[in-house]
Write a protein that binds this ligand. Structure first.
Ligand code: PBG
Length: 324
């Protein structure tokens, strides 16, 4: 009677299952995204309709929210800005007193140990909503955008950001940012590249949150085609060569194959972005009573780690910290 595999031996009790668990989720793995806005009062907490539990936060509200999260174990956050004004070149994005720059200064003053990441992109700051400079014919111009991205990243680092995370998908931006940081003496500041970022419909709720939807057209000329996996290797290799310190795959849940591929091919720390749509689907399912919120949340994050992510950017971070 030794002729079949008895896998259940290792699943008999909770203690036995704990003993053989291969993947664990740690609070250090999680990066919480915050939307900081200068479009309302300092204490503004403006709910984002399509992302239950997430808000646009005024500066004071942000500090209070982060303070509570730090008390429950928050180690890292990533900031997105909602500026008062926008213009065609996204200049509020690289203003010294821009909303993200001010938020970084405040956060690093109050929470020096918190790892503050900034999203580097123009789409929240451009009047047309694209991630780069727009030509007359509506094309997004690559090379003229690089200089603006480098200025944005440098201004974040001058404000105290620990890591800058370019999410624009222009070619050559990691090199442009690395050069700009090095030339100003910030050779020790890390770049987390959104290396493999797909043109995904799962970003829909984020564009409500950050008020960053393109006014015309879409992002398919710079973000990747969801049909492609070999292209992910080319994008990641380019960013490694340009000096990225972390790679990121985005979205996460629907792209676990890509996460595994990038994990197995490159040895840099790997982040995954569980994006707004992934979050909102779980929240909606739970609100309808169709899904067990906490169980599905934790399983979705565990799956992302199992696929190869070291770090996860997720709107569930605060929820998870309260439960770990
Ligand atoms: C900015 C940016 C986006 C996201 C992160 N950075 C939006 C986009 O590319 O349209 C999406 C995050 C999410 O959906 O949670 N370019």
């Amino acid at each position: 009677m030794h002729d079949f595999h008895r896998g259940r031996r290792l699943r008999r009790t909770p203690a036995m299952r704990d003993l053989v668990r291969e993947t664990v989720l740690r609070r250090e793995d999680l990066i919480m995204p915050y939307f900081v806005a200068e479009t309302g009062p300092q204490d503004m907490i403006k709910p984002i309709g399509s992302m239950p539990g997430q808000n646009q936060l005024g500066m004071k509200a942000l500090l209070e929210r982060v303070s509570r999260a730090v008390d429950s174990g928050l180690k890292s956050c990533i900031l997105f800005g909602i500026p008062k004004e926008k213009d065609p070149l996204g200049s509020p994005g690289y203003a010294e007193d821009g909303v993200v720059q001010r938020a970084v200064r405040e956060l690093k003053k109050k929470f020096p140990a918190l790892v503050v990441v900034t999203d580097v992109c123009l789409c929240e700051y451009t009047s047309h909503g694209h991630c780069g400079v727009l030509a007359q014919d509506g094309q997004v111009l690559n090379d003229p955008t690089l200089e603006l991205l480098a200025r944005t990243a440098l201004s974040h680092v001058q404000a105290g950001a620990d890591i800058v995370a370019p999410s624009d998908m222009m070619d050559g931006r990691v090199a442009a940012i690395r050069t700009a940081l090095d030339e100003s003496g910030y050779e020790s500041t890390a770049i987390m590249s959104y290396a493999v970022k797909y043109a995904s419909a799962f970003y829909g709720p984020f564009r409500d949150a950050a008020e960053s939807a393109p006014k015309a057209g879409d992002r398919k000329s710079y973000q990747m085609d969801p049909a492609n996996w070999r292209e992910a290797l080319r994008e990641a290799a380019a960013d490694v060569a340009e000096g990225a310190d972390f790679l990121m795959v985005k979205p996460a849940g629907p792209y676990l194959d890509i996460l595994r591929l990038v994990r197995d091919t490159f040895d840099l720390p790997l982040a995954a972005y569980q994006v707004s749509g992934e979050y909102s689907m779980i929240k909606a399912g739970a609100q309808l009573g169709w899904l067990d919120h906490d169980a599905v949340m934790l399983e979705s994050l565990l799956a992302i780690k199992r696929a190869g992510a070291d770090l996860i950017l997720t709107y569930f971070t605060e929820d998870v910290l309260e439960r770990l």
